[in-house]
Write a new protein. Sequence first.
Length: 403
Amino acid sequence: MAKAPSAIKLYKGLSIYRVEKSKFWYVRIWDKRRKRYLVKSTGQDSSIHAREVAQELALSLLRSEKAVDTEFQFKTFAIKLTNKSRRQIDDGERSHGYVRTLLWAIQNEDWGLVKWFGEKDVRKIRTHDFQAYFAELDRKRPDLTPSTKNTLMAAFRNVLKVARDEGVIDVVPATPRAKQKDNPRPFFRFHPLVPKDQDVYKKLINTAEAMANEQVEIHGKVVTDELYDLILFVVHSFVRPTSTELYALQHRDVAVADDPKRLLLTVRDGKTGFRTANSMPAAVSVYERICARHPERAPEDYLFLPEYSNRATASRIIQRQFNALLKRAKIECDASTDKKHTLYSLRHTAICMRIILSEGRVNIFNLAKNAGTSVDQIERFYAKYLPLSREMALNLQSFGQDH
């Protein structure tokens, strides 16, 4: 890959540069009043002509840039969006994680949206302004992933949607997505997806059981049956092993239901907000063991490591024990993807198990809703990488109830 040429400094506060895959030179002009750079395309592929255009633009842009009324500034609507999102948290429509990501995209001091668009007039922002922002982003942070760029793009659009909904603008400018490559998620291979002697998931739970029996000590904390139960719980409940989902679950969030036997789990602040999830039958047995382990439990007590009120601490303890388990079992990496296993691999295993063990009969929409994800995510990161079994092929060709 050819390296893009560095910026050519014309004089203090004015330079030209090129970005990869663009034939035109861009000009960067320092705006003393706003304390930031203005960036425009020169429309020239020659550095000589670009210099001339840059000098002309420097004079014309700085002369023509007038202060924008606060009510029309981008940052005004960015503030309105963040306030709206915080209210949605209270209503259960948004998660804390969503708002944290939104604030990160808007407020980043180095390349956040407000730093770039803050005082711009939303009525005059066009697609080329967004493209210029991404061009500068590529120059300053070439390491940013397509996923990160798409997060910034989504935040940008959401800010302008607020302006649109208030009637300040008619439409939100087009914003092309950054291309990203979908990678399969690492999970613990299981029978019948693999032969019984290659069942990594079975090896995982057997090792967890052995460590508990031996009372292995990790960082001063003895491994107990709690690690074994946590693994089974995640695999049979689809919850994310995070402080806002798995580690946030309290006894008041769990109800045992029959026909079919299952747990009804209330996830109050998951990645996708509030949801009620159904578990597989095996999770009921896990919960019964948890209750037996803590007979004096209160409704507000946590399911796992309830003695730690700090959920981040509980998460770190489990993570250390789980890493030690992976090392002992020699299954630190997914052999098929060569990606490292984490606690999240348990959730990935749960979703893959439902697709495979249901022999293609599971309703993907229900699976996605129950797991707090989308059909698109399941198809992109799970289903497309799993083999099409005979049963799944038959299911594909079925016409409703067989007679």
